[in-house]
Ligand binder design. Structure first.
Ligand code: MOS
Length: 750
């Protein structure tokens, strides 16, 4: 086990304890404003008209009826709009895949159904929406191609790798020969449907034109720096001409990582009309961009009679758009999780006439691990082994891809503690062997894995002589708890009550930080906050030591602690001075520091860093109705130090709900004749409701990691990985029926 670096004495009063969200009261009382709620004098409202065809050209747009409606100001189309900085990279954003990002209202080409083709601008929202229905668009339509299965012959290797996404590692050993020779073999195809993010808050942007001609933009985005970069590229705006804010967020799940077309359109209209403009998407328009792409994947496992893997192959194909090569780590996890000498991982894309897919909570891992962990369950039955025993036979303490040890990997503790809590030892492995009244009962298990990442992030800390601390950077709090954990870190680092610490996020005027994603925010912004506060602490210390007759004279910084608003010698609480006294004595009203944190490259040279989980699911299946209920889930999570067990638990619970959604409910259905998602509403796109959620239990197993001084790995995504496989495995145990295609709907069980 690795030894944890002590970040700062006293970083344990609030850090590590359950604390309610500091932004909670604002969010539940309506004080928190969202991007579509900011007002401005003379605000114009935009409503987007979207294409009804998936492929072809616009031949004519007749907006005369719309423009005749009282209150309508203008209808923008590709024919009358401002030509912006339309270079190839003009619309690039921080997380854009290779290709040319969508250029809204750029020309007559239609690339997917639901693409914006006009923007109606009116004095109020209802008028804009009504008039949008009157815009007549004529098309020269071509037959769309959206059926992933039918397009498999056109699958290709992604030509350029996406930033931050690793290509599948080179094959090692000889998987085909080893599979041919293996006594136990499993080779199966698994599928998962397209899923759309659908946070409660739809995408919205409000562009406020300030009296001096600059723009203040409120945009639904997981990191305002990304919207700033996009706007500057698309409109050639300088740094001081635009400021982007997004202090609060109504759910993201990755759907807010990239600036979406409503931002471009709101800015386009604001520049055209020289008035402030808001563009809000309707729920059905949330199917017009970013989604988790459905997979067709094959997992091939060869093992000896004891279950030890001799061959492992994982091949994934998923869709992308015509204009970008979206990529995710779909198969890489399969090379990291188990020890095997013969491994081949491969990954292909298919171009479809849809919008570009995007990152959706644990992108790649949710879909890929559904395949691998279902196949492992099939292997467990093929070898007559307990599924946990099989995973332990193939356990590895080294990352086989990088041939390095893990910084930490408490997955065995996840299995042990999860099994204990769930009661796994009472499981009769025989399918259809357990019942509760008229329902069949099934218990399934699966493993989850996600990268523990850090991204260069800055935090600015300001301490004032009244003993108040302010922390801030530009990243977003998606509802994840970032406001709260930064406040806890600041309070502990300077020995202040949490009430005296304020955290500000989501403003490009604050210290620079990336989008909140990849589960990297706690580690990255948390470490930066800790460093900035330590910097301030050292400055306060110098002032305190320099006071006349200072009780800290001749004391080293390492020997003092900050507690109760005071700096004192460790173990001698009386021997110290208050922060206020020290700052006033030194003549300072405020002390500030900005610090940056990023990945520890020395550590990364020696170790690989992942979070892990063991997910245990119980289902009850009504055989006559084909209805599946997930009655219990125990999620045992190894994610390093947990900064706040309350917000962290909420992350895992929320992710589990989403995992249940992907297992049983979520499916964006394409009509391939029209190339159009048909169930574009909450009535027909099903997500779990309260009645679908029963007993969710979360265990954080102890794990010490030294990838960063806080020992944090992040918990935003690990909770969803493995959940669908655990449920599908439980359904098999209950019914004897192996469903290899998500979601597991009634029709697949009857
Ligand atoms: Mo997450 S899919 O990186 O917002």
């Amino acid at each position: 086990m690795t030894k944890q670096i002590s970040p700062a004495a006293g970083l344990d009063r609030h850090v590590g304890s359950a604390r309610s969200r500091v932004d909670g009261p604002a969010k539940v009382t309506g004080l928190a404003k969202y991007a579509g709620e900011f007002a401005a004098p003379d605000l114009v409202h935009g409503y987007i008209v979207t294409s009804t065809i998936a492929r072809g050209r616009i031949t004519a747009i007749d907006s005369s009826a719309a423009e005749a409606v009282p209150g309508v100001i203008k209808v923008l189309t590709h024919e009358n709009r401002e030509k912006t900085a339309e270079k190839a990279k003009a619309y690039a954003d921080m997380v854009a895949p290779p290709g040319t990002p969508l250029r809204p209202l750029h020309d007559a080409n239609v690339l997917f159904s639901g693409q914006p083709v006009a923007l109606v601008l009116a004095e109020d929202f209802e008028t804009a929406r009504h008039a949008a229905a009157l815009v007549r668009v004529r098309y020269a339509a071509e037959a769309p191609e959206t059926d992933l299965a039918a397009l498999l012959p056109k699958a290709y290797d992604p030509p350029v790798k996406r930033d931050g996404i690793k290509p599948p590692p080179k094959a090692w050993g000889d998987a085909d020969t080893a599979f041919g020779a293996a006594p136990i073999r499993v080779e199966r195809e698994y599928r998962i449907a397209d899923e759309h993010h659908n946070p409660m808050e739809p995408h919205a942007s409000t562009v406020v034109v300030e009296p001096d001609g600059t723009y203040t933009v409120y945009d639904k985005i997981q990191g305002v720096a990304n919207s700033l970069m996009y706007l500057q590229g698309a409109f050639g705006l300088k740094d001081d001409e635009v400021r982007v804010l997004n202090p609060y967020f109504g759910g993201g799940f990755g759907g807010g990582l990239r600036p979406q077309f409503q931002l471009f359109l709101a800015m386009l209209a604001a520049r055209d009309l020289k008035r402030s403009v808001r563009v809000t998407l309707a729920r059905d328009q949330m199917w017009s961009f970013t989604y988790r792409p459905g997979y067709i994947q094959t997992v091939t496992l060869g093992a000896d009679e004891g279950g030890a893997l001799q061959a492992l192959k994982h091949h994934v194909v998923h869709g992308t758009s015509r204009y970008e090569d979206y990529q995710e780590n779909g198969v890489n996890w399969s090379g990291v999780l188990y020890g095997c000498d013969n491994v081949t991982l491969s990954y292909n894309l298919v171009q479809r006439d849809t919008a570009t897919p995007g990152d959706m909570r644990a992108p790649g891992a949710v879909s890929g691990m559904f395949g691998l962990e279902s196949a492992m369950d099939e292997l467990a039955y093929a070898t007559g082994q307990d599924p946990i025993a099989l995973r332990l036979v193939n356990y590895t303490d080294r990352d086989p891809v990088e041939d390095k040890p893990f910084g930490s990997k408490a997955l065995k503790a996840c299995f042990a503690q999860g099994a204990e809590r769930f009661g796994w030892s009472r499981r009769d492995p025989k399918p259809r062997s357990m019942r509760d009244g008229r329902e069949l009962v099934g218990w399934g298990v699966a493993t989850g894995i996600w990268e523990a990442l850090m991204m260069p992030s800055s935090v600015r800390a300001v301490l004032t002589s009244d003993g108040k601390l302010e922390l801030g950077n530009s990243t977003g709090d998606l509802g994840t708890g970032t406001y709260t954990i930064l406040t806890q870190i600041g309070a502990d680092a300077l020995g202040l009550p949490m009430e005296d610490v304020t955290t500000k996020l989501g403003d490009t005027k604050l210290a620079e930080a990336p989008v909140a994603g990849g589960s990297w925010t706690a580690a990255s912004s948390g470490t930066a906050a800790m460093k900035a506060c330590r910097n301030i602490a050292s400055q306060v210390f110098v002032l305190a030591r320099g006071m006349e007759n200072s009780p800290l004279a001749n004391v080293d910084f390492e020997r003092v602690v900050f507690t109760g608003g005071r700096i004192a010698v460790a173990g001698e609480p009386e021997r110290g001075v208050s922060i206020t006294e020290a700052m006033r004595a030194g003549g300072f009203d405020r002390i500030e520091a900005t610090e940056k944190a990023g990945p520890d490259t020395d550590f990364a040279k020696q170790y690989e860093c992942y979070t892990h989980s063991a997910i245990f699911a119980e289902v009850k299946v009504d055989e006559e109705l084909g209805q599946v209920r997930v009655t219990r889930v125990v999620s045992a999570i190894a994610a390093g130090k947990i900064l706040n067990p309350k917000t962290a638990r909420s992350q895992i619970v929320g992710a589990t709900v989403m995992g249940i959604g992907s297992a049983l409910h979520e499916e964006s259905m394409l009509d391939h004749r029209l190339g159009r998602y048909m169930n574009r509403n909450f009535g027909e796109y099903h997500v779990p409701a309260h009645a679908d959620i029963h007993d969710l239990d979360v265990i954080f197993v102890e794990e010490e990691d030294k990838a960063n001084p806080l020992g944090v790995k992040g918990v935003g995504e690990i909770g969803i990985v493995g959940t669908a496989a655990a449920i599908a495995n439980a359904v098999f145990h209950a019914t004897g029926k192996r469903v290899r295609e998500l979601p597991i709907t009634v029709d697949k069980l009857l």
